[in-house]
Ligand binder design. Sequence first.
Ligand code: CTP
Ligand code: MG
Length: 188
Amino acid sequence: MLHTILLQAIAALWLAMPALVANPSAVIFGGGTPMDFGLQFRDGRRILGDGKTWRGLAGGGAAGAFIGVIQQIIAQSTGIPYFPEFSSDALTAVIIAVILSYGALLGDSVGSFIKRRLGIGRGERAFLLDQLTFLIIALLLVFLAYPQFFFTYFWNIPAIITLFVLTPILHRIVNIIGYRMGKKDVPW
Ligand code: CTP
Ligand code: MG
C-alpha cells in the first residue's frame, strides 16, 4: 500500500520533470523579441508582456525536452520502477517529453495572458497562477495527445497531490535561487 503510494508519487514527479525544468530554463535562455511582438490586446494592455520571449520558449522548451531524453535513457538502462520510461517506444518518449516541456511554456504564457487581462503587471505576483498554470496546461496536453499515458501515471491521488503541492514549493525555491544568481529581478 505505502509502496504503491510512494511509487505513484515518485513516478509522477519523475515523468513531469521536463515540464518542471522548462520554466526555470526559460529564465536562463530568455531575452530578445517578446512572443507578442510588443502588441497590445483590445483592453490596451500587452497580450503577454516582455516576460515571455521566443528565445525563452525555444531554449526552455529544448532544455526540458533534453532532460526528458536523458531520463528516458536512464529509465531504459536501469529499469527502476520508480523512474519509468515515458514510453517503450523511443520516438513516442521524445514526443511526450516535448509536449510536457513546450506545453509547460505555453501554459506559462497562458498564465501571463490571464495576468495581463486581470491588470497584473509583468513580474508582479499572482499566487497559484504563476505556479500552477504551466503544470495544468502541460498535463492537459499530455491527456489530449496520450490519454493512456496520462491515466497510467498522472491520474491518481498520490500523483496529483505530489505534483500540485510540490510544484509551487519547487517553483519558489528555484526562483529564490534565480534571484540570488541575478537571473531574476524578483524572488517569485
Ligand atoms: N522567460 C522568457 N520567455 C518565456 C518565459 C520566461 O524569456 N517564454 C524569462 C523572462 O526573462 C522572464 C523570466 O523568464 O522575465 C521569468 O519568467 P516568469 O516569472 O514566467 O515571467 P515574468 O517576468 O514574471 O512575467 P509574467 O508576469 O508575465 O509572468
Ligand atoms: Mg514571474
